[in-house]
Design a protein around this ligand. Structure first.
Ligand code: SF4
Length: 176
């Protein structure tokens, strides 16, 4: 079983990679080479450092508040390692896991080596960054082709179901 993972960095309590406070785990390595990529330094896996998956999980779990975002690079470039990390997190917490990838959801679903990681992600932000579709101010993503996908519902219904962001769920409930 794989026990190490290549990471560029871990950023605690970020608020830009999904809703609320999150621990962002930046995997190194990406083969999509999107024009206008925000971080070409992340393409080469060896620009990162190797950690044990257990030590990364322990660090994430020490934070009782923050949810988790896998980003990079492309975490699916190390799908087995991120799958194991997600498994350790889910076994010991109810943290929500978001994951960014340059693959489209339809490609991820078809790839047998990606299934384990996919099955543990709550929201997948999918697709490459496309400079011509860049739009400032898009919620948690850079270009209009990228989608915020509710993975559990999409797998159940066998079609892409996008996540519905509601920043004020309590207020909405009270007005019903
Ligand atoms: S998937 Fe992300 S990290 Fe990879 S090349 Fe595209 S924008 Fe850059």
């Amino acid at each position: 079983m794989i026990d190490s993972i290549w990471l560029l960095r871990i950023v605690e309590d970020t608020v830009v990679d999904g809703p609320g406070f999150r621990t962002a785990v930046y995997g190194s390595g990406c083969n999509h080479r999107c024009k206008g990529c925000h971080n070409p330094h992340s393409w080469n896996k060896e620009n990162g450092e190797q950690y044990t998956i257990q030590e990364v999980a322990d660090k994430i779990l020490m934070n009782p508040v923050s949810d988790v975002t896998f980003t990079g690079g492309d975490p699916f470039y190390q799908a087995e390692a991120f799958g194991r990390l997600a498994e350790l997190i889910k076994k010991r917490s109810n943290k929500k896991i978001w994951c960014y990838t340059g693959y489209c959801f339809e490609e991820v679903v078809r790839h047998s080596g990606f299934r384990h990681l996919l099955s543990q992600i709550d929201i997948l932000v999918d697709g490459p960054f496309i400079q011509d579709l860049y739009e400032p101010g898009l919620l948690f993503r850079g270009s209009r082709n990228q989608r915020l996908i509710d993975v559990r519902l999409s797998l159940i219904h066998n079609r892409v179901i996008e996540w519905n962001y509601n920043p004020f769920p309590v207020f909405e409930k009270e007005t019903l």
